[in-house]
Design a protein around this ligand. Structure first.
Ligand code: GDP
Ligand code: IMO
Ligand code: MG
Length: 429
């Protein structure tokens, strides 16, 4: 396998983890490149459901390196909790110690980040983003404001102390005067960092340069993205986005390699679209069809348990995602969810309700999205079970017609079709 990036191509939860887990069998190093514990990734293996948030979805294999990259932000308690839960599920502690590595340049979500996230969401009221309240935005804000704490800082008490002398007075002033939240003394902050040091000690990889040097020359790398292109801080439905770069271009930066280390970028799409949290969604279905998709697709968030909003596949978004996400191919998941649908719709363009103008190009000012309605093409459903199909040729004709058109309007070839959560329920085209 070539070095491949797995990118969420819609609003997250496309089934990236299933595809990452699948492709990880042919990779040596799996690097998660952005996001934090806002992500909720599900892998089903041997009839067991594993939930990952920070741990790369390749962890179920022996003999691979799973690397939490520099572009990720880590809430130490969440990281510890996730590992403990997976140990309780039967993955051994020894396996984690051997396979899991954390980049020393990854930023840490401190308690104040989570508290500020909660405050901001509450104070925005009806204008809230609908974040996961995991402190993601405030952690990245501090990273870019150059007042963040990185994993490596925990391992040098002297320089950590110096850093905190700069960060804390500033932070405390903000926490107190702007947010009316609790402040942190130097002793409290040092004690938190000492606790975090213990959490990361078995995993921090100070030899990351050697590891990547070797990986680039002799190994196959799989880059795992979180969230999705439409949640990208630059290209998503801003401001209803996350605070990192899920796009393919984010992989090089977040995984400490350049673009030339990447050979293929697979965009993962659902056969429809879902979204959690606030923000516009042109093909959203607020009727019983939306409810049917939600029910059959079991569309509830892994991280927050919130119901996911559902709608028809939007090729305006898909085409945009192929462009800005840098996608070279498509993995289409959850086709099986349509097995009992008599009719399926595909949005191929947006119509401006005010001017009548039709566009196939994605309008980036999301405050105008209420002015657009989807232009649909209708397809006859196949009304049969696809969950055991092994080869493309054995798919029902109606499904092939839908897929062919979806591929055509999206602008990238479909290479993988997923017809169930299991590894086996996959068709390579
Ligand atoms: P991720 O965040 O992109 O990794 O996706 P999530 O794990 O949040 O959500 C995807 C959900 O769909 C999970 O529960 C998967 O087990 C499930 N899933 C993945 N692929 C398929 C598929 O082809 N069909 C069905 N029915 N479920 C799938
Ligand atoms: P995976 O990796 C779906 C959404 C939140 C909110 C917005 C900002 O499982 O696909 P944040 O907490 O990141 O500041 O929230 O982004 N969001 C996700 N939606 N899947 C995810 O991850 C998400 N991670 C964040 O719901 O709308
Ligand atoms: Mg998810």
């Amino acid at each position: 396998m070539k070095n491949t990036v797995v990118v969420g191509a819609q609003f997250g939860d496309e089934g990236k983890a299933k595809i990452t887990d699948l492709l990880a069998s042919n990779a040596d190093v799996i690097i998660r490149y952005q996001g934090g514990s806002n992500a909720g990734h599900t892998v089903v293996y041997n009839d067991k459901k594993y939930k990952f948030h920070l741990v790369p979805s390749g962890i179920l294999y022996e003999g691979k390196t799973c690397f939490v990259g520099a572009g990720v932000v880590i809430k130490p308690d969440d990281f510890q909790k996730e590992i403990n839960e997976l140990i309780a599920e039967g993955i051994s502690e020894e396996h984690f110690k051997k396979a899991l590595k954390v980049h020393p340049l990854a930023h840490i979500t401190m308690p104040w980040h989570t508290e500020v996230d909660g405050y901001s969401e509450n104070s925005l009221g009806k204008n809230k983003i609908g974040t996961t309240k995991k402190g993601i935005g405030p952690t990245y804000t501090d990273k870019y404001a150059r007042v963040g704490i990185r994993v490596e800082d925990l391992f040098n008490e002297e320089t950590l102390s110096e850093k905190l002398d700069v960060i804390l007075p500033l932070k405390n002033k903000m926490l107190d005067k702007v947010y009316n939240l609790n402040t942190y003394s130097k002793d409290e902050a040092m004690a938190l960092c000492a606790k975090y040091r213990k959490i990361f000690a078995p995993y921090v990889c100070f030899e990351w340069q050697q590891l990547l040097d070797d990986a680039k020359r002799n190994k196959t790398i799989l880059f795992e993205g979180a969230q999705g292109v439409l949640l990208d801080i630059d290209y998503g439905t801003y401001p209803f986005v996350t605070s990192s770069n899920p796009v393919g271009g984010g992989a090089g930066v977040g995984a400490s390699v350049g673009p030339l280390a990447i050979n293929e970028v697979i965009g993962v799409f659902k056969a429809y679209i879902t979204r959690v949290g606030e923000g516009p969604f042109v093909t959203e279905l607020l009727d019983e069809t939306g409810e049917k998709i939600q029910k059959i697709g079991a569309e509830f968030g892994v991280t927050t348990g919130r119901p996911r909003r559902c709608g028809w596949f939007d090729a305006v978004i898909a085409k945009y995602s192929v462009l800005v996400g840098g996608l070279s191919s498509i993995a289409l998941t959850k086709l099986d969810v349509f097995d009992t649908f008599e009719t399926i719709k595909l949005c191929t363009a947006y119509k401006n309700k005010k001017t009548g103008e039709i566009t196939e190009y994605y309008p980036t000012n999301v405050y105008t999205h209420k002015d657009y309605e989807p232009v649909y093409e209708e397809f006859k459903g196949w009304m049969s079970d696809t969950t055991k199909v092994k080869h493309f040729d054995d798919l029902p004709n109606e499904a092939k017609i839908y897929l062919k058109r979806l591929e055509e309007v999206s602008g990238a070839p479909i290479k993988i079709i997923s017809i169930g959560p299991d590894r086996e329920q996959t068709i390579f085209v």
